[in-house]
Design a protein around this ligand. Structure first.
Ligand code: ADP
Ligand code: NI
Length: 220
């Protein structure tokens, strides 16, 4: 099987496994990350596109948010999936490493990527977490996890450990301050940063409008 056939087979698998998922981690999230990652990689140049594509398609294969909190399962599942094909060891290693390293782990926790391919996939995943799509995904996730939309009495927290970040049950609006608004300045590539500026403006406008409507009164 050549590289293109492996990518096609992977797409077929994830389309089926992740279609209809309702927390914002559905097939279309994977498709957007894959497509964004390819275009960032092409703009940045000089990297292994097959690793970028496979890293993007596999990055949420077993996310700790949905598998009972196990951060090691993603890498293991990715490796198992990749071993059904004839792929060189160094490429398997790089793709698995992307899956292991990609996730956001709290505002004060650094999440460096070990390869340029990983840096691109992480940027694509983070672009899909902000802007209009990011807002939609965030409220879908909050609803699925039973979180309130907003509670002015519960203030956002700067998480200093992954353990504290992943066990938080704060209202969904806090997630903007605990993660989303910080992503623009934590991107790895200039290409993604440029795209993030437009998405950031939209999120900031959304928040302004949200608070305005929260306390709105109609006066005659
Ligand atoms: P990461 O692994 O970096 O968290 P994902 O692709 O798994 O990236 O998706 C993260 C998305 O899931 C967030 O951008 C957001 O939409 C949603 N999400 C995760 N945690 C929360 C939360 N505590 N509240 C609301 N949405 C969340
Ligand atoms: Ni993702």
């Amino acid at each position: 099987m050549n590289e293109q056939q492996i990518v096609e087979q992977t797409i077929t698998y994830f389309k089926e496994q992740f279609s209809g998922e309702s927390t914002g981690h559905d097939w279309h999230h994977l498709r957007r990350v894959w497509s964004l990652a390819k275009s960032i990689a092409e703009a940045e140049g000089n990297m292994d596109l097959f690793v970028v594509e496979m890293g993007a398609l596999l990055h949420d294969i077993s996310d700790h948010k949905f598998n009972g909190g196990d951060e090691t399962l993603g890498g293991k599942e990715a490796e198992k999936f990749l071993r059904q094909f004839d792929i060189a060891e160094d490429r398997i290693f790089k793709i698995v490493q992307i899956v292991q390293e990609i996730s956001f782990k709290g505002m004060s926790v650094r999440t460096p990527m070990s390869s340029p391919e990983g840096a691109v996939v992480q940027d694509a995943d983070r672009l899909d977490a902000i802007g209009a799509i990011g807002i939609a995904r965030t409220f879908a996730y909050g609803g699925a996890k039973g979180r309130p939309i907003y509670d002015p009495l519960i203030k956002p927290v700067c998480h200093t450990s992954f353990a504290a970040y992943k066990t938080s049950s704060a209202p969904t609006l806090n997630h903007f301050y605990e993660k989303l608004l910080h992503l623009k300045d934590r991107l790895n590539t200039a290409t993604a940063h440029k795209e993030a500026i437009r998405r950031q403006d939209f999120m900031e406008d959304f928040l302004k409008q949200f608070y305005r409507d929260w306390d709105a009164q109609i006066e005659d």
